[in-house]
Design a protein around this ligand. Sequence first.
Ligand SMILES: Cc1cc2nc3c(=O)[nH]c(=O)nc-3n(C[C@H](O)[C@H](O)[C@H](O)COP(=O)(O)OP(=O)(O)OC[C@H]3O[C@@H](n4cnc5c(N)ncnc54)[C@H](O)[C@@H]3O)c2cc1C
Ligand code: SF4
Length: 228
Amino acid sequence: MNPFRYERASDASTAVAMLGQASGGAFLGGGTNLVDLMKLGVAQPQLLIDVSHLPYNRVELLSDGSVRIGAAVRNSDLAADRTIRSRYPMLAQALLAGASGQLRNLATTGGNLLQRTRCVYFQDISKPCNKREPGSGCPAREGYHRNLAILGASEACVATHPSDMAVALVALDAVIRVLGPNGERTIPLTDFHRLPGDEPQRDTMLEHGELITAVLCRLPRQSMLLRA
Ligand SMILES: Cc1cc2nc3c(=O)[nH]c(=O)nc-3n(C[C@H](O)[C@H](O)[C@H](O)COP(=O)(O)OP(=O)(O)OC[C@H]3O[C@@H](n4cnc5c(N)ncnc54)[C@H](O)[C@@H]3O)c2cc1C
Ligand code: SF4
């Protein structure tokens, strides 16, 4: 693993400012994906800014009936939350379908949305991969591509995003709250993950330095509540 610096952010604005000044830095959630990729040499951040202790660890029912999920809420806590289980059972089920209890205890909501593909060539730095190294090629097209894309693939990349949670959130019309150097913005989850196109190295619409602070789920339609 390459040497790197570790900082724990005291607040969100400081975290955003720190990453804005470090082009080779990255936010750290539970580390269950990023640290693995660092061990494999796929990711080589020089600075890790730990955002898992920021005050975004609550699931809140808002006055307009929607639910705000903080970006630092752990996957286990989200799946066990009473509001989530009663209003959005598909979200709890999707979370529990993923990874293992130990991983879910660490994995955060923000980190889960930004985990990288599990394409075997992406994770192997001895192989070419357009997502990891643009222009180097895509061996998955002719090689091992189980669980990769049938729809939405491109000549450059056929990778899929591995988050089970994201699929449920897309079905629930969730939106993502982001804080960046230019302030706050909201991104519908349907627009958040990019198809690979000819820029497979870009997984999402997030810009460098932008921090996910929360995910917002609207009140489910009455029919969904009755089914639950
Ligand atoms: C063995 C194994 C099996 C797995 N199986 C499944 C599965 O079946 N289904 C599934 O969905 N997932 C699965 N996962 C993936 C797991 O869910 C993710 O590793 C986890 O959700 C990532 O969350 P994290 O908080 O640890 O992210 P990290 O590893 O800390 O970060 C991931 C990315 O998010 C960025 N980031 C983190 N927080 C923020 C933030 N607030 N704002 C902006 N950027 C941020 C980091 O910079 C990094 O790029 C598996 C993982 C492993 C290791
Ligand atoms: S499918 Fe994408 S991630 Fe996998 S080898 Fe091809 S370019 Fe890389």
